[in-house]
Structure formats: C-alpha cells, structure tokens
Design a protein around this ligand. Structure first.
Ligand code: ATP
Ligand code: MG
Length: 458
C-alpha cells in the first residue's frame, strides 16, 4: 500500500514537473514547468554561456541566480558552471581572470558586470596530487580544485536548492537531487552527509544560517542537527575568510534574522565572542545596541542607503569597548580619551583573532568611537568644526543608535538633529544656551586624577 502510494506520489510529481531524463542521470524540468525566463538572466551571463556552447563546452547557470529566479526574486549575481578548465576559460575570454587558491574560479567581465565561472568539481578523493586538493589537520579542505562532470559538481554543492542547473539556450532545468521539491517546500537541505560536509567546509554552517534567514526557509532536520553541536568547527576557518562571510551575513538585508539564528545555533561566539558575551551577560543596553544596529542596517538596505562594515563593527564591539573603558578608568584612573584608546586596542586585537577587519574599515570604526567623546563638546567653534569631520555623519548616526538602545546621552542626539537643521541665528542661540548650562566637566586637574567621567560615552 505504502509502495503504491509512493509510486502514485512520484508519478504525480513527475507530471507536475514534466520531467524527463537528462545528461548523467539528471532529471530535466521543462521551461513550462519551472517558469524561468531567459530574459530575466543578465546579458553578460547569457553571452558567456553562448560563447562556451559555441566552443563546444557545456555551460549552465547555477547557484543563487537560478534559486532566486525560481523564487521570483531578482538575483544578486549569476554563477556559471562549465566543463571548461580555468586555463581554457582564460584563452576563450579576453577579460577572464583566475582568482582564488583554495577554490579556483574565473571572473569574466562584461562591462560593469562580473560573471563568476567555475569548472565542474569532483570529490577530493579523486585528487591527483596536493596542487588539486589538500586538507588541514581538522579535515577542512584547503584546496578544492579537482575537476569532474556535472553530476559530481552537483554532489559538491552545498544545498539542494543551490544545485539546480539552468540552460538558457534550450530552457531546460537539470536536477540531480531534490532541489526543486525542497525549494517549493521552502526547505534547506544539505547535499550528502551533513557531518562530513560541515567538517570539510565549516563555512557551510554559516551558509545554512544565512540562507535560512534570508529566504525564510526552514532547515531540514538532518541538516540542522549538527549545526549547534559542531559550531566549534568555525574556529578552523581563517579570520580573513570569516570576515568575507560576516559581510554576507550582516550586509545583505537580513541581519536581524541572521543575528537571531547565529545566537540560537551558538555560532555568534565564533564570530564576535565579545558581542556574544555582552549580549548574554551584559546590560540591557548592550543587547539593544547590537539588535538596533542590525535593524538599522536592514532598514538602510531596504531604503537603498549606503551601509558600511565599519559602522556594523563599531556597534557590535561597542558593548565590550564600553566595559573595557569603564575598567580602564576605574583601575588606572585614565582620562576618557586615554581609556578609550586602550580599551579599543584590547577589544580590536581580540576580535582580529576571529575575523579580520581590513584597515579601510578599522580606521573609520575607531573614528566613530573617538567622535562619541567629541560630540558632547559643542561650545565655541567646536560644533561647526565637528560637522566638517568626514566621519561626522556616521558618528551622529551612531549617537542616535546609542540613544535608541537606551544609553543615557542627555538629549545630545536631539540637540545635534536640531543643530544640523538650524539656520545660523538659531545655531548661535543654541550654543549660547549651552554656555549658560553649568559645565559638567570637572575643573582641570592633573590628568591622572581625572577619574570623573566628563562625557556620556562610557
Ligand atoms: P548569494 O545569493 O549569496 O550569491 P549563492 O548561493 O549564489 O548565494 P555564492 O557564494 O555566490 O552563493 O555561491 C554560488 C554557488 O556555489 C552556491 O549556490 C553553491 O552551489 C556553491 N557554493 C558556494 N559556496 C559553497 C560551499 N562553501 N560549499 C559548497 N558549495 C558552495
Ligand atoms: Mg551567487
């Protein structure tokens, strides 16, 4: 009975997808059944595929581009899989550049568009030597450059919904596992044995969380089970690669959902240990600061406004920075500025052993922090001078975030909002008002004894 039912179910779903047999035992889903239109694929991707076909190579659109088209959303970019090797691609496309060592891919440029082209992969067990595949002591693949065919390529992909191959020339969609079914059921399912796949590349733990958050998919049980248990595998990933993942996790419009899942699956501690600690053990404002930062980033992305990792990092590390600063002031009687310098150094050096932070983000991040000490000082020419600072706008936004998180900033956010919108006369009056207020700054004493906070940043 069960067998009959299963057979009936299979023939129904075959009918639904109008599937036929394709290359290497794949299932072919026709255009009428899957609904992807060639016109929705970028010109660059179509041209690359056409040129590859003309040179007698296989070429398919694969990964996020196909997945997003099936879901009816606009793909961020298009990835192509082919049987041409990186060298063959280089001789076929003048603009081709081979990048990456661990995983060699080819970037083909078409005007402003960059198409990522990868050669079909095979299992590393098929490796010929160390130049193709290598493993770390923890079993993490350090090189994944063994080439194969479309079937082995599908087996090397991360999730079934990312392993669908679309040929825009004849409209066929090829699948080797349950990609389309999983996509329709909004389920994230890893390809192959979950434990093995996470072990050989722990970044897949983060990718599972990222796609679940971004697409609102549920994670299939066997795919989900090892995530919490093996979150520590993330410590086997070099900081530079984790930085790249952090950008994708928090700068793609689903930062809030991603943060919640990262905490839920015990993964945040391997990316931002001090943030995780402060969110679990710190003050309410600490948790608020981080969640306000993710909500703010998501909102800005929805509004097509610029977002920078410097701001996100500044907010994520702020709770630890404040705690370290309080400690420096209490234990070493430092001025707020000195305390901040020392605190920042400690917090940043700990963070760098988890995720890299390139200098172009590190410098503005520190400036955002330092400006928090200058924002309360508005007398004389200071307010106008501060507004000229290239990081003023970010520092002001950061101040509003602190206020929103529940930090006491004594109406400073509101003052700066009004000051920026005011005309010269009103500005002069606002500064005049300030000079009438009793100074909160302690009278100048020797620096070492300056133990009282003179600003609201601690
Ligand atoms: P996005 O919308 O973020 O670009 P994506 O699925 O296209 O999502 P990419 O990082 O661009 O993600 O990767 C393209 C494809 O390459 C994926 O869809 C997947 O098939 C494969 N892939 C990427 N990273 C891995 C990995 N770590 N392990 C296995 N397959 C991967
Ligand atoms: Mg992609």
């Amino acid at each position: 009975m069960l067998k009959q039912l299963l057979q009936l179910n299979k023939s129904l779903s075959d009918k639904l997808f109008e599937s036929g047999k394709g290359p290497m035992g794949s299932k072919v889903i026709s255009e009428k059944a899957h609904g992807i239109k060639k016109k929705d694929v970028s010109t660059g991707a179509i041209k690359v595929i056409e040129q590859l076909h003309a040179a007698d190579y296989q070429a398919y659109l694969v990964g996020g581009g196909v997945r997003d088209l099936l879901l009816g959303s606009k793909p961020k970019d298009f990835d192509i899989a082919t049987d041409a090797t990186p060298e063959q691609l280089k001789s076929l496309f003048r603009s081709a550049r081979i990048i990456g060592k661990r995983f060699r891919i080819v970037h083909v440029r078409f005007g402003r568009e960059i198409i990522e082209v990868t050669t079909f992969r095979d299992s590393h067990e098929e490796a010929d030597g160390e130049h193709e595949a290598a493993q770390s002591e923890h079993g993490v693949l350090l090189k994944d450059n063994v080439y194969g065919n479309i079937k082995t390529d599908a087996e090397r992909r991360d999730f079934t919904i990312n392993a669908l191959y679309y040929n825009p020339e004849n409209g066929d969609l090829l699948e080797f596992s349950s990609g389309l079914e999983d996509l329709n059921a909004r389920t994230l399912r890893i390809v192959g044995n979950p434990e093995d796949r996470y072990k050989e590349d722990p970044v897949r733990l983060l990718r599972a969380i990222r796609f679940a958050a971004k697409l609102g998919f549920s994670i299939e049980q066997a795919t989900e089970a090892p995530i919490r248990e093996h979150a520590d595998y993330l410590s086997h990933i070099p900081p530079a690669r984790l930085f790249e993942e952090v950008l994708k996790l928090f700068m793609s419009g689903s930062a809030t959902a991603t943060l919640n899942l990262l905490r839920d699956y015990h993964c945040l501690q391997y990316l931002f240990p001090s943030t995780d600690y402060c969110m679990n053990n710190g003050r309410e404002t600490d948790s608020n600061m981080v969640s306000c930062a993710t909500a703010n980033t998501d909102k800005r992305i929805r509004q097509n406004k610029k977002v920078t990792p410097a701001f996100v990092y500044a907010a994520f590390l702020w709770p630890a920075m404040r705690a370290a600063m309080r400690h420096q002031i209490k234990e070493h009687q430092l001025s707020p500025h000195e305390a901040m310098q020392r605190a920042a150094q400690g917090v940043i050096s700990q963070q760098l052993s988890y995720t890299a932070i390139p200098k172009r983000f590190l410098i503005p991040m520190r400036e955002i922090w330092v400006l928090q000490l200058r924002l309360p000082q508005r007398n004389g020419k200071r307010a106008d001078a501060l507004m000229e600072h290239p990081r003023f706008r970010a520092a002001y936004d950061f101040l509003l975030l602190r206020e929103q998180a529940g930090e006491t900033v004594q109406g400073l956010g509101d003052w700066w909002t009004r000051y920026q919108a005011a005309d010269d006369e009103t500005r002069a009056a606002m500064k005049n008002e300030l000079s009438k207020e009793p100074s909160k700054r302690p009278r100048r004493r020797s620096r070492r004894k300056n133990t009282k906070p003179s600003d609201s940043a601690q």
